[in-house]
Design a protein around this ligand. Structure first.
Ligand SMILES: [Zn+2]
Length: 476
């Protein structure tokens, strides 16, 4: 590879002798020269002086993962979890997250400055925001949230989660699609696709039939037909409104079939699944530690989802991290009363490496496409994030593909005292994470400081080119 910098370039950090996995390009043996927080050069034996050298011989170097689906602040405060959960993220090789903010009633306009401040002061990773929309007032605020705060993705729950979030009705969803479409290119409507009527009925029916039960029974409370039906509804309404639909956390083979059928009929939309669905099944020995909505399903669903990841039906992989401790998860309360939500930021990459690359032979090139480049592209932060290229932010993860470790919560260093993967031996772990040009995690220890930045997203406008733009916050 040709050098992209002069011999005399001075680097803050050089990552030497690694095998880079570059989305769209494949594996490249090259050094990475970093200056000012960005990648300044890629090439063989970069020879300029460097303040620090990281030897990645025998390791692969991936772009830092971009996790498009994270919940922060559901148990502790947003401020606290912005620190604890991003510590787990960066140790696990995730350097950018997109957070689903949640206010059930208030205007987000009153809270966005506080959330941004928490990221800038306390987070180890960079963060973009999605807003979860529940009220007419929040719908009405969408244009201002986009214009004033650079938020361009909004989430709608077709089926809510009892005692956590309410469901919305289809007319509200349709209105939401119109609001998002009106923002123009790059605006996204994220939808939790499950049909609320089917779920409500199935949940009550399961309570009657199986007051006690196992994790395997939980799938019956959230039948796959409810996911498949909701995908059809959402794809139809989004198409009519001209909105970019993004299906979050696809969980079932039937849902995947609905995705394929809708696309064959001409619908255009984006589909995400999550690393827990690709790693766990409802037969897991950790039982209700794995309780989730939508459910972790039977093994045939996990295989279908991997097939969808590999054939491109599923374009992105997130984590759907929700911080919980055992005290709030309450697995002892059983099938109906233990709580959903999985702390999984720290295992996101190891799970993809183990269950994807090691056990199923999924190429690393495909995993970085699904977990790095595509999330960055869809959410408008590519190529600053999601790749290894000159000019991109120097967010990188150095991985030892042969490292084996038994998952335990203490090692992961989030706020949780359990992992749904606990006790599992996974192969393929990060040995160093570089965020913004600095080594921030190494050999399972945090060695750097929080350096998170909020990532506002604005559409590129023609006026930008002529320099005739009004003063606005910094662009991504
Ligand atoms: Zn979620």
């Amino acid at each position: 590879m040709a050098k992209a910098a002069s011999e005399s370039a001075k680097f803050d950090l050089v990552v030497r002798h690694g095998t880079l996995v570059i989305p769209g390009m494949g594996r490249v043996n090259a050094d990475i020269g970093i200056a000012g927080g960005r990648i300044a050069a890629l090439g063989d034996n970069l020879s300029g002086p460097a303040d620090e050298v990281l030897d990645a011989r025998g390791k692969v170097v991936l772009p830092g993962l971009v996790d498009p689906h994270v919940h922060i602040g559901n148990q502790l405060s947003f401020e606290e979890e912005a620190h604890t959960e991003t510590r787990a993220a960066v140790l696990g090789g995730v350097t950018t997250i997109a957070i689903f903010l949640r206010r059930l009633e208030d205007s987000y306009l009153d809270h966005l400055p506080r959330f941004q401040k928490a990221i800038e002061e306390r987070s180890f990773v960079d963060a973009a925001f999605h807003l979860q929309i529940f009220t007419e007032g929040q719908l009405a605020d969408i244009p201002r949230c986009a214009e004033e705060h650079g938020v361009r993705s909004f989430k709608f729950y077709m089926s809510g989660i009892p005692n956590i979030v309410p469901s919305i009705k289809d007319d509200f969803l349709y209105e939401g699609f119109h609001k998002v479409a009106a923002l123009g290119p790059g605006a996204i409507a994220c939808v939790h696709c499950e049909n609320g009527c089917l779920i409500d009925h199935a949940r009550e029916d399961l309570k009657r039939r199986k007051p006690e039960g196992t994790l395997a029974d939980w799938e019956e409370a959230h039948p796959a037909e409810a996911e498949a039906l909701a995908i059809q509804t959402a794809a139809y309404l989004a198409g009519r409104a001209g909105a970019h639909l993004y299906v979050v956390h696809l969980s079932s083979a039937e849902g995947l079939e609905a995705v394929r059928a809708a696309r064959r009929a001409g619908a255009k939309f984006t589909v995400e699944t999550t690393s827990p669905y690709l790693g766990l099944t409802s037969e897991d020995s950790n039982g209700f530690l794995c309780k989730m909505i939508p459910p972790i399903r039977s093994p045939r669903n996990r295989e279908a989802l991997w097939e969808g990841v590999c054939d491109g039906s599923i374009e992105l992989i997130g984590s759907d991290n929700t911080s919980r401790t055992l005290a709030s998860k309450q697995p002892e309360k059983g099938l109906h009363c233990s709580r959903p939500g999985l702390p999984v930021l720290g295992t996101h990459l190891p799970v993809l490496l183990h269950f994807g690359h090691n056990l199923r032979g999924v190429p690393l090139e495909l995993l970085v496409e699904r977990a790095c480049r595509k999330p960055a592209e869809i959410y408008g932060i590519y190529p600053r994030k999601g790749t290894i290229a000159v000019g991109s932010d120097a967010d990188l993860v150095v991985v030892d593909l042969d490292a084996e470790r038994v998952v335990d919560a203490a090692y992961l260093q989030g706020m949780s005292d359990f992992s749904p993967f606990q006790g599992k031996r996974l192969r393929g772990w990060p040995v160093a994470t570089i965020k913004g040009g600095r080594v921030v995690a190494r050999d399972g220890r945090i060695v750097g400081k929080p350096s998170g930045r909020y990532l506002p997203r604005y559409p590129a406008r023609p006026a930008e080119k002529s320099g005739a733009r009004k003063q606005e916050p910094a662009r991504v």
